[in-house]
Design a protein around this ligand. Structure first.
Ligand code: AHR
Length: 496
């Protein structure tokens, strides 16, 4: 197969937003306990944070971390997680049928964020709680001093305010599984009044209203329209959540799952703009794609539930293979391609729970296959996203009809130009010709790496952690620039 792409720095979509490379830490399974926090671990620091996980988080190039949920947040009382540890209550977590010990709360999370060099993004409980509790958490977190709650924070060891800028107004409130699930109108009113009150305390906050939990939700589209009718003037973002998995061995459809994400983004953008037009508003609502990933949700739903109310049980511990990483890379490409409207995103999640980083309690930590596309994109996507219109053969999929074999995006900045490309073909390499004349004479391919494997279902494990990792691609030609992309592969091609 042959494909061709033209790179021209004149065709800018938008700047690369660093917040595209956010992730998510939920009190779910082993994400917090034995994930980021494990005081008895050999690499643990004075705060009990695992040093190996902190190192891998930095290597992953994470920029923001959403916390503490997820479904968990809709039953969470943030006050349980502050003050002396021995006085913190143990509570039932209805979302994940677990016991929450509250050893980690907002103060510990913000400390961890400072160590990891990431920005915290806080989610509020609008399921079982409301405006007063949201305002209390905001005051506790961000007010400098001189009030009961800000002085309590200082007494708990955090003299400086946490300075949390981004706040999610609830989580997946459209989902019947959510504790405190609401209709769009009920939620929209509550979100609007919460946002208005929060803005009275600090008008510069960035607020995210809950959009749909997936494009297949029965209320998709209508939900966003109603919620934005209520909240348009007081929020900055509408959220999107999407998870994909290979179903019934249909690899072709799975590798094209970013087609659904593309549809999701264009539908929500159109809906938001429609509401803006009806309100005669010039304000533009951006998209926060604050949960996205490959997740074998159907396996989780079919699996027997753990007995009782365990503490930090292994839950949602998907072990990703090469094909998962390539589908994942396609999703990243789609997020970047839509940087004019998707200005923040969170990979769900960071560690152990559908995560790029895995750990053994008390033992090793390693990189899943999906770690690599994320780390490379965070590292090399810089400057502006360029509009590219690849010319590539197509293939037929059961789920999405005819889709191109090549999925790609490029970014261009001071340090050069980077092309991120996925070959979706299950069995054929793709010879990609790059027309780089627009980048100026003398521009050459300086590095090409490929993530692939003869076995598309090969995985990384604690014993073989580097089976799947980016390796130099030697099938490169110059004048004209050409790279051979193996079947089922994620590729990063750097030009300077
Ligand atoms: O990321 C796992 C779960 O997926 C989150 O808790 C929830 O928001 C979503 O349904």
């Amino acid at each position: 197969h042959q494909a061709r792409i033209t790179l021209d720095p004149a065709f800018k979509v938008a700047p690369v937003h660093r917040r595209t490379f956010g992730t998510f830490v939920e009190h779910l399974g082993r994400c917090v306990y034995t994930g980021i926090y494990e005081p008895d671990h050999p690499t643990a620091d004075d705060d009990g944070f695992r040093g190996d996980v902190l190192d891998l988080t930095r290597e992953l190039g994470v920029t923001t971390v959403r916390y503490p949920g997820g479904n968990f947040v809709s039953g969470y009382r943030w006050e349980d997680g502050i003050g002396p540890r021995d006085r913190r209550p143990r509570r039932l977590d209805l979302a994940w049928h677990s016991t929450e010990t509250n050893e980690v709360g907002v103060d510990e999370f913000v400390r961890w964020c400072r160590k990891a060099g990431v920005e915290p993004m806080m989610a509020l409980n609008l399921g079982t709680r409301g405006i007063a509790e949201a305002l209390d958490l905001l005051e506790y977190s961000n007010h400098p001093s001189g009030t009961a709650l800000s002085d309590l924070r200082a007494a708990n060891g955090a003299k400086e305010p946490h300075g949390i800028r981004m706040w999610c107004l609830g989580n997946e409130m459209d989902g019947p599984w959510q504790t405190g699930h609401k209709t769009a109108r009920e939620y929209g009113r509550l979100a609007a009044e919460t946002a208005r009150a929060m803005r009275t305390m600090d008008p510069t906050l960035e607020l995210v209203a809950c959009g749909s939990s997936g494009s297949s939700m029965p209320t998709f589209g209508a939900w966003e329209a109603t919620v934005l009718e209520e909240t348009y003037d007081v929020v900055d973002y509408i959220s999107c959540h999407a998870y994909y998995e290979e179903k019934d061995g249909d690899l072709g459809s799975f590798l094209a799952c970013s087609t659904d994400m593309e549809y999701f983004i264009s539908s929500v953008t159109a809906t938001a703009d429609h509401v803006g037009a009806r309100l005669k508003s010039r304000k533009r609502i951006d998209l926060s794609f604050d949960e996205w990933n490959v997740w074998y949700l159907s396996r989780f739903q079919a699996a027997p539930k753990p007995e009782g109310w365990p503490v930090a049980p292994p839950l949602l511990e998907d072990h990703y293979h090469l094909a998962d990483a390539v589908a994942f890379g396609g999703l990243l490409i789609t997020l970047l391609r839509n940087s004019d409207r998707v200005t923040a995103a969170s990979l769900a999640q960071l560690v152990n729970v559908i995560a790029p980083i895995m750990t053994e309690p008390g033992g090793r930590a390693w990189r899943q296959t999906t770690f690599h596309p994320f780390a490379q994109a965070s590292r090399y996507a810089a400057g502006h996203v360029l509009r590219v219109e690849p010319d590539a053969p197509t293939y037929e999929t059961a789920e999405f009809g005819e889709v191109p074999l090549l999925h790609a995006v490029a970014t261009h900045g001071e340090e050069g130009t980077t092309l991120f490309a996925v070959n979706r073909s299950a069995d054929r390499p793709l010879s990609l010709e790059i027309d780089a004349r627009g980048l100026g004479g003398g521009t050459r391919i300086v590095e090409a790496t490929t993530l692939t494997d003869p076995d598309v279902y090969a995985r990384n494990t604690a014993d073989d952690p580097d089976r799947i990792k980016p390796r130099p691609n030697a099938d490169v030609e110059h004048d004209p620039a050409r790279v051979l992309l193996p079947p089922v592969s994620w590729n990063v091609i750097r030009l300077a």
